[in-house]
Design a protein around this ligand. Structure first.
Ligand code: PLP
Length: 365
């Protein structure tokens, strides 16, 4: 069958390719995953079951159930994030798509720091936009000169993700203020993907975010990472009323709504404590960083649950091949980047897996 043109601009996800290999491997050391290793906490699961039993199983309102929208607005306002309204989306994945649908015209350019979460590039392409990458190597910080150089008359959006997938980097307040200043001067929209906001290991959590610094920012958040609810597909976008209204209209035609029972569970999850979860991830971050820093060129991750070292010889693909031959599954850096020098290692895994992984990484370095 002849497929639509838009399909040709989109490669299948490089992450999925590794997942498929893990599935058929015997006793794999799996450090490829972008999802937490713990199950959804039992009380949150119970809450969902209870709402199913109560018959909360019909079409939900398109923008999300009012109690979740209202609770998120209060939660974000208490954090100092500017927003008029919130829309509940099928994960942050659905949120980014809807936000791009509501704001991007064909031919518009989207600034994306490199490396970055793969979704930004391909959703931009799917909607006829043009991704423009800003290289952040070797320290993965945002540099004013580079951002300004990348801006053209067609630049419409800049997407910032902090804490970051795949680097584990967290933007300093100075970087965020710089982005806010540029956006104000040039009238560029800011998308702030804060999905890893609670996974922060270097001080008071959550770290600062762009939504606190200026109005008009679209702030993205979700339940996939913090409470392990990846399969439940609940996220949200907060921002100015007109943009959120437009997204709700788009959502009606693209997704209809977001899983009713999962939204009820999300209302409950927002109050569910996460300190123990984050403490366990901080320990794993320390383990892997201390375990490989003398053998690899690597920036200490401050957040999320990834570490992004340079591969020996600067060849991420070759290193991943050797790792997989030793039963260690990690992701080549070029899945997230124009460069192929690095690899992404996820420590969202059991401590024993992390220890086994460190052993292999040291052997191969
Ligand atoms: N944003 C970032 C930076 C991610 O790393 C991920 C998942 O890996 C997502 C968004 C997708 O989140 P969701 O499960 O809410 O669609």
């Amino acid at each position: 069958m002849s497929l639509a043109q838009r399909v040709t601009g989109v490669r299948p996800s490089g992450v999925r390719k590794i997942f498929d290999m893990v599935r058929v491997a015997k006793d794999p050391i799996n450090m490829s995953l972008g999802e937490p290793d713990f199950d959804v906490p039992a009380p949150i699961r119970e809450e969902a079951v209870e709402w199913t039993r109560k018959g909360f199983n019909k079409y939900p309102p398109s923008g999300g159930i009012p109690e979740l929208r209202e609770k998120l607005i209060s939660h974000l306002k208490a954090k100092g994030v500017f927003c008029d309204d919130v829309v509940i989306t099928p994960g942050v994945t659905g949120g980014i798509l809807l936000a791009l649908m509501a704001t991007l015209n064909p031919g518009d350019e989207v600034l994306i720091p490199d490396p970055s979460f793969v979704m930004y590039e391909y959703q931009t392409i799917l909607l006829g936009g043009v991704p423009v990458f800003i290289d952040t190597y070797p320290d993965f910080t945002l540099k004013e000169e580079q951002i300004r150089r990348a801006i053209t008359k067609k630049t419409r959006i800049i997407i910032i993700n902090s804490p970051n997938n795949p680097t584990g980097g967290v933007c300093s307040i100075q970087e965020l203020e710089m982005v806010a200043r540029i956006a104000r001067e040039t009238d560029i929209l800011i998308f702030s993907d804060d999905i890893y906001e609670r996974f922060f290991y270097e001080g008071e959590s959550p770290p600062p975010c762009l939504g606190q610094l200026c109005e008009g920012v679209l702030t993205f958040g979700g339940f996939s990472k913090t409470w392990g609810m990846t399969g439940w597909r609940v996220g949200y976008v907060a921002g100015p009323k007109d943009t959120i209204d437009a997204m709700v209209t788009m959502l009606q035609y693209v997704f209809s709504g977001v899983h009713s029972v999962a939204q009820k569970a999300a209302v409950f999850a927002l109050d569910y404590p996460t300190d123990d979860i984050i403490a366990a991830y901080r320990r794993k971050r320390d383990l892997i960083y201390e375990g490989i820093r003398d053998r690899f060129r690597v920036v200490k991750p401050k957040g999320a649950y990834y570490i992004f070292p340079e591969a020996p010889g600067g060849d991420g693909d070759a290193f991943v091949e050797r790792a997989i031959a030793n039963n260690l599954f990690i992701i080549p850096g070029n899945v997230f980047s124009r460069r192929k020098s690095h690899v992404r290692i996820s420590f969202a895994a059991e401590e024993e897996t992390v220890l086994r992984g460190i052993e292999i990484l040291r052997k191969l370095s």
